[in-house]
Each structure stands twice: as C-alpha cells, then as structure tokens.
Design a protein around this ligand. Structure first.
Ligand SMILES: Nc1ncnc2c1ncn2[C@@H]1O[C@H](COP(=O)(O)OP(=O)(O)OP(=O)(O)O)[C@@H](O)[C@H]1O
Ligand SMILES: [Mg+2]
Length: 365
C-alpha cells in the first residue's frame, strides 16, 4: 500500500494531513503512532475512502483507491473503528454479519461464518443475541474485530482497537491478534497512542507528527537503536534501553549448566557438591528435573547432614524463565533472584541451566 503525497484538508480549513509519503509492505502489521490530532484516523479513513483525498494518491497494489468502486473497496478492507463503532440497535450476531449480508451470502453460510468468527476472537456464543450496550468494553472490541474479519478481507484497518479495555484484557487481546496474524498474514494498519503496544505488535512503526508528517518509519528494533531525531526519542521515552531488551532473546549458548542437585540427595552429599563447585548456593531439582527452589550455603551448613534436601526450606523464585525469554524479562527476574542466578526451563518446565547477572551484564555491554 503506497501513500504518494497524500493531503487531506477538511472543509473548515483544518489541514489534517499535509504531504504523506509512505509504503506499507503487504502481509505485514504496520502501526501508526503519534500525538492526538496528528491525522492517524484521517489516514485510515482515506484508505477505505470514508474520507476523500484532497490531493495525492493511495494505491493498493496497482489500484488507485480513488478510482476504485467505494463499495467494492470496502469489502476488501475490514475496519475496526475507534470506540468499537458497533450498531447499537443490532444484535451482536447481526453486527458481525454486516458485510456478509451486504454481499448477499446465503443465510446458512452467514450463520456458519458468524459461529466460526465468534470462536476465532474468543467470544462466548451465548452473547450473540445481546445488544452492544449489554457487553463489556473488551467484549465489544472482540465483536468489532469479528465484524471486520467477517468476509476475510486481505486488508484490516484498526483504529485504537484496544484503547477502551484494562491492561490485562489489553495484553490478552494483543496476544490474540498476534496469534491470529501469524495464521492470517493480512496487511494490517493499526493506530495506537501506546508506544509499548506499537513495539509489541508492529512489524513496522510509523511515528506521526502533526499534519501527518512521518518522523520515522522503521522496525521496532531500528527505532530503538537509531531514533531519527529528538521527537522520536521523546516519543519512545526514557527507558529506551529497557525496551530494546524486550526485542532481544536469550541465546542457547548463554545458558550455563549451573550447579544443581537432586532433591533426593542428602545434605552431606549436597555440601560436598557445593564445595567442589565453589558455589554459594544451588538449584534444587525434583525427580522430573524441574527446579523446585534455591538452597544457599548458610542453610545447608545449619541443616542435619542426614536429611534430604527436598525437606529443607528452599527459597522460591518469583518468576520462571523460559528458554525463549526476552532479555528484559530475564533482567527483571534476575533482580530478585537468590544467588544472582535464575534457572531456565524448557516447554515442559524441565531444567536447562542458569543465566547469571554477570553473564547478562556482559551481554548487555
Ligand atoms: N470532520 C472533520 N472536520 C474538520 N476537522 C477534522 C475532522 N475530522 C478530524 N479533523 C481534524 O483533523 C485533525 C486530525 O484528526 P484525526 O482524527 O485524524 O487525528 P488522530 O491522529 O486520529 O487523533 P486521535 O489520536 O485523537 O484520535 C485534527 O486536528 C482534527 O480536529
Ligand atoms: Mg484518531
């Protein structure tokens, strides 16, 4: 999708977009982010011709949107509006069925499609007969998404789709969108105010300034590593380095075998083990090689030599580190980890080794 010198002046003289030049790769999720009033919604609405361009042109493939039939165009473009935008006097099922109805699909096909979508976006089928005001904000957002996906359009426009929900639901919806997108591979243009959301969801991010000027258009990694100017730096925020960590992952060779003992060992055996390793503490594993706690030298010294390790009071971890963990989570977990090391586990929760503060610091510098 290409924006070529696109301008939008509203009839009252407001210049919402001055000269927008942007090329959005097909099959990717592009995020538009920027301060309020900088022209993000206007930009989305020009794509599906809910707004008419004042000058310039938008092309999807080799099709100029202003030259294509507006109804035809909107059938190929799903639109999730800012503030959900559901029809208040239609049931949830009817809202979702809007486009298939316009396309005059047979009734049975519509019903089947609605059922499929309800499941796809994680809604409860019992809500179908209700009206939008009888749903929570998060449920309404899901209905908005289901409605936009109804006719399986190759392009999806989403205007602050998760703004109205609490942080926990938002995280959940974001994860689901990523999961869906991994399967669907649609061309998605998503607007948000939230830079964390942009970093999490976007293959690419366009940072808008007033008048629809692009301060920078780049991948999250590039934005963080090489912000174009002070505006971008301010927008990304002071904890840029921490955000960068969230985009980097633990490498397999950074996981150290670590010092570990089986819970079935005796205290005496464990003491020998620790002395040999010259370690101040040890990860204790259960019979399935799952970490069950941390045992430090002081506690081991005081315990009765014949008792089993698993009977002692172990220090528990507040986090669990997975082998595909990003470095921000790893650092977060390490801050509170006893002995300055954290065990890393595989999908089954089995011990792979440890990552230490020393190692992580080395990696970061
Ligand atoms: N119908 C309209 N008539 C006149 N001006 C408008 C109209 N719609 C939007 N504007 C103005 O155009 C500018 C861009 O608006 P737009 O809605 O695109 O911003 P936005 O980036 O989506 O903002 P927000 O983040 O607050 O949703 C704003 O100054 C707005 O007041
Ligand atoms: Mg807007």
């Amino acid at each position: 999708m290409v924006f070529d010198s696109v301008a939008k002046h509203y009839p009252d003289g407001t210049v919402a977009v001055e000269a927008l030049n942007l090329t959005l790769p097909a099959g990717e999720l592009t995020v538009l982010v920027g301060p309020s009033g900088c022209g993000k919604t206007t930009t989305l609405r020009m794509i599906n011709r809910l707004e008419t361009l004042t000058s310039g042109c938008i092309r999807i493939g080799d099709q100029d949107v202003m030259e294509s039939d507006a109804t035809q165009l909107r059938r190929h473009i799903g639109y999730v509006m800012q503030h959900s935008g559901l029809f208040p006097h239609h049931t949830i099922a009817d809202n979702i069925a809007t486009v298939p109805r316009l396309l005059k699909w047979p009734k049975t096909r519509i019903t089947a499609r609605v059922e499929e979508l309800v499941e796809l976006v994680g809604l409860d089928a019992s809500l179908m007969k209700r009206y939008p005001h009888q749903l929570s904000g998060g449920q309404q957002q899901r209905v908005g998404l289901a409605r936009a996906l109804a006719a399986d359009p190759p392009i999806l426009l989403m205007d602050e789709p998760f703004a109205a929900v609490d942080p926990i639901v938002r995280t959940h919806l974001q994860d689901e969108l990523l999961r869906l997108q991994a399967r669907m591979g649609k061309t998605i243009v998503l607007v948000t105010h939230d830079i964390d959301e942009a970093m999490k969801l976007g293959d690419r991010i366009a940072i808008f300034q007033q008048g629809g000027y692009i301060a920078q258009f780049d991948t999250p990694g590039r934005l963080l590593a090489a912000p174009a100017d002070d505006f971008v730096v301010d927008f990304i925020g002071a904890d840029r380095e921490l955000r960068r960590l969230a985009l980097q992952y633990l490498e397999a060779d950074e996981i150290d075998p670590g010092v570990h003992v089986a819970g079935s060992m005796t205290v005496t055996e464990a003491r020998t083990r620790l002395q040999q390793a010259g370690s101040s503490g040890v990860v204790v594993l259960d019979g399935e090689r799952r970490p069950i706690g941390w045992l430090d030298w002081e506690r081991l010294r005081q315990a009765d030599g014949a008792s089993r390790i698993e009977r002692l009071e172990l220090t528990l971890w507040r986090h669990q580190l997975h082998e595909r963990t990003n470095l921000r989570s790893a650092l977060n977990a390490l801050i509170s980890a006893p002995g300055d090391v954290m065990p890393v586990v595989d999908d089954e929760g089995r011990y792979l080794g440890v990552i230490s503060q020393v190692q992580l610091t080395r990696r970061l510098s």
